[in-house]
Design a protein around this ligand. Sequence first.
Ligand SMILES: [Zn+2]
Length: 85
Amino acid sequence: MQELTKDQKQEVVNWMQSKGINPVCPTCNSSNLGIAMVANLGAGANNGTVNTEINGENLVPVVQVACMECGKIRHFSAVVMGLVN
Ligand SMILES: [Zn+2]
């Protein structure tokens, strides 16, 4: 897990809001969220119809938004967010 800078975390929140995603927990409505960068392996779930390769690797960079109250975890593509190329 890679810790994001304060600016990057704000970028994540700004991106969520720009997409109409309320930056609170969808389960318990807490705004106490932990945001970090994680790496997800996409190759195992690839049935050939979805391109999971990014930068020539099957390693898909993912931003994890975790609720610190109830533990609900959401994942978003760091590429779609524009955090990584
Ligand atoms: Zn929650």
